[in-house]
Write a protein that binds this ligand. Structure first.
Ligand code: AN0
Ligand code: CP
Length: 318
């Protein structure tokens, strides 16, 4: 694994999940593996889980970790090649990536979608420019269109809790007052397509995800119908892809309630967090025994540790 920005960087998904399960059973087995190596975590956006679980994962491998909030604490980065930098931006991504590569052996980056410029977001401009100008492996802490560490942890959680060989997994859109990226949903779909599950996506009209992700997957515009017989309900809000970045009319009827869960096969409830209680999901569902949200967050550590281990091993062989 040279970089980790999507499932495309995974050669054998079953092996990857098994590796994560083994790491979870014995997280300190490689506690000196990456001694004297430095991980840099760069955040252009807020984070709780990604920031802490990835630091924990790195520490479990003996790494030193440096974290920087680039939006608040760094210079404003210029991404345009050939830019005349006489406006707001203060440092070019060429120097920023080059300099950070000298301090770090691996770099993680979080940069959400702008939700204004669809082309720039879906080209993953910032992440790709950073990779181009970095000289060390780079992995995603959620990019404009994908959140692979989250999806990896979600798959691990489903593997641990499934009660049949091929469970029905419903990814359902849920309401939210602010415009959110499609990244978590896109990425979940990418990973579920490769997993042993029956995937159905439920979302209101005008909220279909990009074709490149949904191709071959059943999309249902009736949530109740989609939830029937579900074994896992994965709720997430995303803003419109077609009417890019818009939230449209609030659709309260899409909140996951006890009545909605009653339509399922006693499904487990999942969400990547942070979640707006009683908007996305009601208290009684997220507080119920069927809620896996804390288990998902816990698995973020083991997903990150597995990815770091593979990036380090790849570098050692190179
Ligand atoms: C972000 C999103 O929807 O992409 C991060 C989720 C892990 N969520 C919010 O900004 C609330
Ligand atoms: N799920 C997730 O990535 O959470 P944070 O945004 O808090 O890192």
């Amino acid at each position: 694994m040279k970089n980790f920005t999507s499932i495309k960087d995974v050669t054998d998904l079953i092996q990857l999940v098994n590796q994560a399960k083994a790491i979870k059973l014995d997280p300190f087995a490689d506690k000196s593996l990456a001694k004297n190596k430095t991980l840099g975590l760069l955040f252009f956006n807020p984070s709780l889980r990604t920031r802490l679980s990835t630091q924990k994962a790195a520490t479990n491998l003996g790494m030193n970790v440096m974290v920087m909030n680039l939006n608040n604490d760094g210079w404003t980065i210029e991404m345009e090649d050939g830019a005349i930098m006489n406006q707001g931006s203060q440092e070019h991504i060429k120097e920023a990536a080059g300099v950070i590569s000298q301090y770090c052996d691996i770099i993680g980056i979080r940069s959400f979608a702008s939700l204004k410029d669809k082309k720039q977001d879906y080209n993953e401009t910032l992440l790709n420019k950073f990779i181009k100008n970095a000289t060390v492996p780079v992995f995603s802490l959620e990019s404009a269109t994908l959140h692979p560490l989250q999806s990896f942890a979600d798959l691990l959680t489903i593997e641990e809790h499934k009660q049949k060989a091929r469970p029905k997994v419903v990814l359902t859109w849920a309401p939210h007052p602010k415009a959110l990226p499609q990244a978590v949903a896109n990425s979940f779909v990418e990973w579920m397509k490769e997993a042993e599950v029956e995937l159905v996506i439920a979302n209101p009209e005008n909220f279909d995800l990009a074709d490149e992700f949904t191709e071959g997957v059943e999309i249902c515009h009736n949530q109740d119908e989609a939830l029937k017989d579900a074994d896992f309900v994965y709720a997430k809000n995303w803003s419109s892809f077609t009417d890019y970045g818009k939230i449209g009319q609030v659709q309260d009827s899409w909140t996951i309630t006890k009545d909605k869960m009653a339509l399922t096969n006693e499904a487990k409830f999942m969400h990547c967090l942070p979640v707006r209680r009683n908007v996305v999901v009601t208290d009684e569902v997220i507080d119920s025994e069927n809620s896996l949200v804390l288990q998902q967050a816990n698995n973020r550590t083991f997903a990150a540790q597995t990815v770091l281990l593979n990036l380090i091993k790849h570098e050692e062989k190179a």
